[in-house]
Design a protein around this ligand. Sequence first.
Ligand SMILES: Nc1ncnc2c1ncn2[C@@H]1O[C@H](COP(=O)(O)OP(=O)(O)OP(=O)(O)O)[C@@H](O)[C@H]1O
Length: 898
Amino acid sequence: MEAALKTYFGFSGFRSCQREIVQKVLDGRDCLVVMATGSGKSICYQIPPLVTKKTAVVVSPLLSLMQDQVMSLKQRGVKSEYLGSTQTDVSVSGEAEKGLFDVLYMTPEKAMSLPPRFWSNLQAAGICLLAVDEAHCISEWGHDFRTEYKQLHMLRDLLVGVPFVALTATATQRVRGDITTSLTLRNPHIVVGSFDRPNLFYGVKSCNRSMSFIDELVQDVSKNCTAGGSTIIYCTTIRETEQVHEALVAAGIKSGIYHGRMGNIAREESHRSFVRDEVLVMVATIAFGMGIDKPDVRCVIHYGCPKSLESYYQESGRCGRDGLPSVCWLYYQRSDFTKADFYCAEAKSQTQRKAIMESFMAAQKYCLLTTCHRKFLLQYFGEERTTDCGNCDNCTRTKNERDLSKESFLLLSCIKSCGGRWGLNLPIDVLRGSRGKKIVENNFDKLPLHGRGKDYPPNWWKALGSVLLEHDHLKETVRDTYRFISVSPNGCKFLATADKVDGAPLFLQLSEEMIELEGHGSSQCKEGGLNPSGPSESERLSEDELKIYQVLLNVRMQLAQDIGTAPYAICGDQTLRNFAKLRPSTVARLANIDGVNQHFISRYGGIFIQNITKLAKELNLPLDDSSAVESISAAPKPIQNNLPRNLGDAKFCSWELWQKMKFSFQKIAYFRRAVPIKEKTVISYILDAAQDGCEMDWSRFCQEVGLTHEIASKIRLAITKVGSHERLKPIKEELPENVTYEVIKTFLVIEGLGLSEQVFGTVPTDGILSKTEESPKPTSNGSEVGENDNQGHRVLELDACDSRSPLTKRGQTDGSLICGDEPASKLQKIDGQGVKSTAAVGATEDAILELVAGGDGVSLEDVVKHFDGSKRECVVEMLDSLEGNFSVYKKNGCYLIL
Ligand SMILES: Nc1ncnc2c1ncn2[C@@H]1O[C@H](COP(=O)(O)OP(=O)(O)OP(=O)(O)O)[C@@H](O)[C@H]1O
């Protein structure tokens, strides 16, 4: 599992809960996964297909979400596609049914309309799970109910024995129950992770949405853009979306717009340009919701109170999905709170109306809070927190407490005198001396308190009302969409003491709105913009490192444009920051950086190394800065030692170039090498990868190597004659000259994997296939791989000190491998009686690993000394390869096990 995580995703460890869920799915168990937005739920269904080599089917509600995921997975070397109305490639469905994809996304509509034949074919080819993403859409209690989700349980009958995995970020107990029942999950393994997103800073600010406020907002956003990273601004109306967008464009900020009145094509284009960093800011209504999977959104601003706390959590959760510090600001104005009727109009039942009202009220409370925002948010989702977070505006703002006993006495008394039958507005109007119709009709203008609160504006009083509600001096009762405010028992107690001359003081924290209204408020700009904290000391880049980082961002952008993908799909910002700090000089060192996967190494490793080396030289900075490793990650995330590390870097790269890039053997032999390796070595690498479970296009392989159905029959006959397939030479001697050792080895691997029927069946039986221009010439050279040497000892040729040939790995040979006197590019296996048998200790990757595993770090000198039977450069090369394999890493000059 860990190997797949590092190889395809570049991550060196699972996040909380991920491993457990993957294991349960592999055990065939249904799972219900409730984890925070951005916590990494996708990995839970993306790893099983890579381990089992069977397809994972993922039902997802939005096409844009699926397209983004497919794009990212492809960049990671994971075979992935989607089925939905916008899929233009007609071959996808056929290929999907044959099990050719690791991860196959589809809309619920598509899932329900596919014929049973599709599912039975796919099941025959291999399906490891069916995941239902955003599973809360199943429930009418969820905030995104989708009717089609309700029918998904029907797939159960078609996919007998396939584990179902339901995933969601927001599910109350009730919604969880609905999901389990509706999908008929059987004894599901339930994982409810924390809803906390520690890297997110939460802030709230009152605003008046005037043009001057928009100007202020534009300034803040502009600062954020300069600091790097994208911003999403959610507006509550289309008109405001347009207003803010226009203001940003007028200020020269690259900004996109997205709302429901735009056509599909325009919306897709807008989404695409945001994902590809062509615009830095997206101004949108909540129509731009679930489909946003961009990991490097640094700031999400809500320009207006959201309709529910659930939707706020989900929308703000689009921020900082890569785990880097990011900010979520909510700007509200009091008129937002009058929209209850509007939202409730969507309700189809009384229950739904109540649910909508409750979550809207929770969003309001969140706006008006003077205590820890995170604590409130987490408590709302049922997570108890005893301490304040220290990473929200209310925790970080300088405390502004004041004795508000006099003002509180006035407000509470007035509410009490008005009979507790009103909302907050009427008692405040009384305090402010209004002679409105209702006030006069009810004789409230005769109250002694009438006109006693003119010193403060109405909104100040309303803000005080919210503070008193928070402190349980007031009580709110909701009937339908109407809210009534009355004095709570606690408030009555206060009134009883405050009445006296020596009444107790009431120190309350002034809300941000009250401070603003008293004229001491400061705009975000004055307070240091939207980003209050900035990166921590260890994350900060020096001026020169920043220069490298900027260049690397451009390199990534250019690469992304060239291949038509999003920059983040190539690698994350944090990975680039680490490149700038560590400045790796070799692919092996690059590979050890978190976020670097095998696909990245083989496709872009060289380009990044070149740029880093050049820039470091220009800026006079050292390469491979080990001191930076300390600051980047105090404790490297472990990959467990007992992993099946069968495949080295060189083998994996050869396989990737052949299988994914469709390179020929010959091209791979020369690819980025000063001294090319032999084509037969390439072939044996790829065969090794196949034996390790890597996917193979066998027809193409057979064609290139020259293995036809007819030759396969001849080899079979030869093996029967020889009576064994253990030794290749006797088999070869039974065959025509043009049947090479590679052809025989290919045959044996295919037979060994039990694939002969399928593979040879696709190759014509009438003689040798015409080979491509680049395919290797058959050789008659007597010293081929697997051949005996002139003393009857088996000699294996290996490349670059890779000690694990397919045959040694399968245990068909014995003895140790040494570099000894052989050239660095060649290793010879010497058996017990071999010509080069020596008492000196020879280095193998396994032996090096064993040595390194035994200590707290072993220096290069110690390793070289230990393996005194091997050349120093061989040892160094093996260590490099082990680093590239993510097996060891270097810290303070010593090698350690990862
Ligand atoms: N083990 C890991 N190590 C480092 N990063 C990870 C790990 N797992 C996931 N991530 C990263 O975390 C980010 C969020 O992951 P993912 O998209 O799976 O979140 P999610 O839980 O599905 O969120 P949402 O509910 O919003 O869709 C991605 O950028 C992903 O690459």
